[in-house]
Design a protein. Structure first.
Length: 254
């Protein structure tokens, strides 16, 4: 990613780009999770860096999904000048969903589509599992169960401490999330599900179908919850195909 202009990690508009893929992180993750994402052609990848991680470690993480969405909506540079698609993995899928809802009341472009990855539908989010309150040992065990966290981080006291601070805050944010009834999204929703994901099965992701009046589909990606790391090449290829489907018919580069 080049031309970083803000603490959020938002890049300047790349000449020739036709669409922006706005990427939201999973719990405890950050913009670096998408650092290696590259596509052929005219797709600009824009990972958002939330407070409480990476270069924003000195800032407090958000306490609610609403707070995160309110802050992102104020970033006019992410909505202009390019048409955009929202992509979110796990926690990022819920933030992305509420962001897609929120921009309907703003004087800015609406998303072309919502891409949700590794997350059950928002109506099925369970508040009874308080992972944020687990002991350090139990939380580390859960991270190993989910996969995706390098062992070097889990075994390094300082790195683990930094990870758990943002992770607990993010988990609490999702645990406190409450679905609210609202008009259906008018943009299509594309779901991406790990074949071995024990926290977001295909059937639970199928529930996203009830959040849009437009097209919906779920595609399977080999791997567990963090297939975006273990099967990156496959995911990027599938994403490129889905993006091409969404942007077909759009005018040329602006």
């Amino acid at each position: 990613m080049t031309g970083v202009t803000t603490k959020w990690g938002v890049s300047k508009h790349c000449p020739g780009a036709k669409v922006r893929l706005l990427c939201l992180p999973y719990a405890g993750g950050g913009a670096r999770a998408y650092a290696g994402w590259k596509f052929d052609g005219d797709i600009q990848v824009t990972p958002l860096r939330l407070p409480g991680r990476e270069e924003r470690l000195d800032e407090l993480p958000y306490g609610s999904v609403d707070a995160a969405v309110e802050a992102i909506v104020s970033l006019k540079e992410v909505f202009e000048p390019l048409p955009y698609i929202i992509f979110g993995h796990s926690m990022g899928a819920i933030i992305g969903f509420e962001l897609a809802r929120a921009v309907r009341g703003c004087n800015c472009q609406q998303p072309l589509a919502l891409f949700v990855s590794g997350s059950p539908g928002p109506r099925s989010q369970k508040a009874d599992c308080r992972s944020s309150e687990l002991t350090e040992a139990d939380l580390v065990s859960k991270l190993r169960w989910l996969g995706g966290t390098p062992e070097i981080i889990l075994e390094d006291k300082d790195m683990l401490e930094m990870l758990l601070l943002s992770l607990r805050a993010d988990l609490a944010m999702i645990e406190n999330y409450k679905y609210r009834e609202a008009p259906l999204l008018e943009c299509p929703i594309f779901g991406f599900c790990g074949t071995e994901d024990r926290s977001a099965s295909r059937s639970s992701m199928q529930l996203w179908e009830h959040e849009t009046s437009a097209e919906f589909e779920v595609q399977l990606i080999p791997g567990g919850h963090f297939f975006l790391n273990s099967a990156r090449a496959v995911l990027l290829r599938v994403l490129a195909q889905s993006i091409a489907k969404v942007v077909s018919g759009l005018p040329g580069p602006r």
